[in-house]
Design a protein around this ligand. Structure first.
Ligand SMILES: C[S@@+](CC[C@H](N)C(=O)[O-])C[C@H]1O[C@@H](n2cnc3c(N)ncnc32)[C@H](O)[C@@H]1O
Ligand SMILES: [Zn+2]
Ligand SMILES: [Zn+2]
Length: 413
C-alpha cells in the first residue's frame, strides 16, 4: 500500500494529520487519496485538482477554478503553503475556500460525512492525471539550409500574421518587446533596419517612434503581408525581400541602428550574417538582437512537476532542458497549426563570440522577465514560470570604428 502524497506531506508539516492510503494516480511520483484527488465540477462537468475546486455552500455543489466567477490568492501560511485560493461561486457569487484550505479549517461540508465513515462524495472516478509530455526535439542535421528555413516561414506567414497580430503574443506584450525597445533607445531620425521583420510588426512600432525604417525578410509571403498593412495604413516603412546573409540591396554604412527580433535563431550561417550586418551598419551604429534564450530553449523544454495537475506555484517542479552544448538545426514538435520551422540551436557563448568577432562591442545584455502588465494579466501559474526561467536574451552592441582591434585576446599582438 502506498501513502497519499499530500497526506504524507501535510503529516510532516503538522502533527495529528492522518495518512490515508493512495487510491489514485498509483505508480506516479504523487499518488493520492480520495480527499486529495480530483473533484467533478457541477458547472462544467470536468474534474479538477482538489485545490482548484471549492464547494458552493448555497448550491451545495462543487465548482472548479475555471468556472469560478473570480479567483483570489490570500496570503496565509498553513501546512507549509504560502497562500490559499478563494473562488467565487458561479451560481451564488459567494466566496468559497479552495478544498485544501477548507479541509485545513475543518469546514469542508463533507468532512462530517467522512468522519461518519461515509465516502467522500463528488470524487472523480478517473484513475490517473493526464500528463503533458515534453515536446520532442528532432535534430535535422546538415540538410537544412537557409532556403529550407525560408520555405518553412513562407508556409507559415498567414497563420503567423493571424496569431502575432498588432497587440502581439506573450513575448511581445509581457516580456520581450519592452526589453528590446529599451535597449534600442531613442530612434528618432535614425536610419533603422528591421532584420527578419516578418509581418512588419516591430518595424511599425519603431516607425511610430520616429525612426526611418526599412524592414527585410527572406520570406516573400511575410514581406507581402507587411506591404499590405503598410499600404492600408502608411507609416512610411520600406519593405524588401532580403536575408541576413545577403544584404546587397544596401550600401556600406547605410544604417544607424539594426534590430533583429527572434531572427538569429533562424540563421544557419551566423558569421556570414553578422559580417553583412556589420557592413551595412555605420561605425558607432547599434545592433540590438533578441532571441530565444539558448539555456532554456534546448531539448524538450517542459515544465515538470511531481503533481501534474496542481494549480499551486509552489508545486511547479522545474524546467527541463537538454543538449545545451549541441549546435545545429532542429524542429520542435507540437507547434499547433504551424508547419514546423527549423530553428538553430547554439550555446550562448557561440553568439557572444560571433558578435565580437564580427566587429562589435557588446554594451548591454539582458534576460527579460515578466513585466508589470504580465503580472496583472497573466494567470499566476504562468507568471511563476516566467519568473523562474528566461524566455529570451538581448544583446545590444556597437559596431567598432576600427575592426582590427576586435577579437584580440589578452596577450595577443
Ligand atoms: C520569429 S519570426 C520574427 C519576425 C519579426 N522579427 C517579429 O518580431 O515579428 C522570424 C523571421 O525571421 C525570418 N528569417 C528566417 N531566416 C532569416 C534570415 N536568414 N535572415 C533574415 N530573416 C530571416 C523569417 O522569415 C521570419 O519572418
Ligand atoms: Zn491524502
Ligand atoms: Zn468547472
Amino acid at each position: 500500500m502506498t501513502d497519499c502524497y499530500y497526506c504524507a506531506l501535510h503529516a510532516r508539516r503538522s502533527e495529528d494529520i492522518p495518512i490515508h492510503p493512495a487510491e489514485f494516480d498509483l505508480g506516479s511520483p504523487a499518488p493520492r487519496c480520495a480527499a486529495h484527488w480530483r473533484m467533478i465540477c457541477e458547472c462544467c462537468g470536468l474534474s479538477a485538482h482538489f485545490m482548484a475546486t471549492a464547494f458552493c455552500a448555497v448550491r451545495e455543489q462543487y465548482f472548479c477554478a475555471n468556472c469560478a466567477e473570480a479567483v483570489e490568492t490570500v496570503s496565509d501560511s498553513f501546512l507549509g503553503w504560502e497562500y490559499y485560493f478563494r473562488y467565487r461561486s458561479p451560481w451564488s457569487g459567494s466566496w468559497e475556500l479552495a478544498l485544501d484550505r477548507a479541509i485545513f479549517e475543518g469546514c469542508h461540508p463533507h468532512q462530517g460525512a467522512v468522519r461518519a465513515g461515509k465516502p467522500f462524495p463528488g470524487v472523480s472516478p478517473e484513475r490517473h492525471v493526464g500528463r503533458r509530455d515534453a515536446r520532442s526535439q528532432v535534430w535535422l542535421g546538415d540538410t537544412v539550409d537557409s532556403a529550407y528555413i525560408t520555405r518553412a516561414w513562407n508556409r507559415n506567414a498567414e497563420r503567423w500574421d493571424a496569431v502575432f497580430d498588432v497587440d502581439g503574443d506573450e513575448s511581445r506584450k509581457y516580456h520581450g518587446d519592452a526589453a528590446l525597445l529599451s535597449l534600442t533607445g531613442d530612434v528618432r531620425g535614425a536610419r533603422l533596419l528591421d532584420l527578419g521583420c516578418g509581418n512588419g510588426y516591430l518595424s511599425r512600432i519603431l516607425a511610430g517612434d520616429g525612426a526611418e525604417v526599412t524592414g527585410v525578410d527572406p520570406s516573400e509571403n511575410m514581406v507581402a503581408l507587411a506591404l499590405d498593412r503598410e499600404s492600408r495604413d502608411p507609416l512610411g516603412v520600406k519593405f524588401a525581400v532580403a536575408s541576413t546573409s545577403d544584404l546587397s540591396p544596401f550600401a556600406d554604412a547605410e544604417f544607424d541602428v539594426i534590430v533583429a527580433n527572434h531572427v538569429l535563431t533562424a540563421v544557419v550561417d551566423l558569421d556570414g550574417a553578422l559580417a553583412e550586418v556589420n557592413r551595412v551598419l555605420r561605425p558607432g551604429g547599434r545592433l540590438v538582437a533578441l532571441f530565444s534564450h539558448p539555456c532554456f530553449s534546448c531539448g524538450p523544454r517542459a515544465w515538470i512537476s511531481l503533481v501534474a495537475d496542481s494549480p499551486r506555484r509552489e508545486e511547479i517542479g522545474g524546467y527541463l532542458v537538454d543538449h545545451y552544448f549541441r549546435s545545429g538545426t532542429y524542429i520542435l514538435e507540437g507547434w499547433e497549426g504551424f508547419t514546423p520551422v527549423p530553428y538553430v540551436h547554439r550555446p550562448l557563448k557561440a553568439y557572444w563570440r560571433a558578435i565580437r568577432d564580427a566587429g562589435f562591442t557588446i554594451d548591454e545584455f539582458d534576460e527579460p522577465s515578466v513585466n508589470e502588465r504580465g503580472i496583472a494579466e497573466l494567470p499566476a501559474w504562468r507568471v511563476a514560470q516566467l519568473e523562474r526561467a528566461a524566455q529570451s536574451c538581448v544583446f545590444a552592441c556597437t559596431k567598432v570604428e576600427n575592426k582590427s582591434r576586435v577579437g584580440k585576446q589578452w596577450g595577443e599582438s
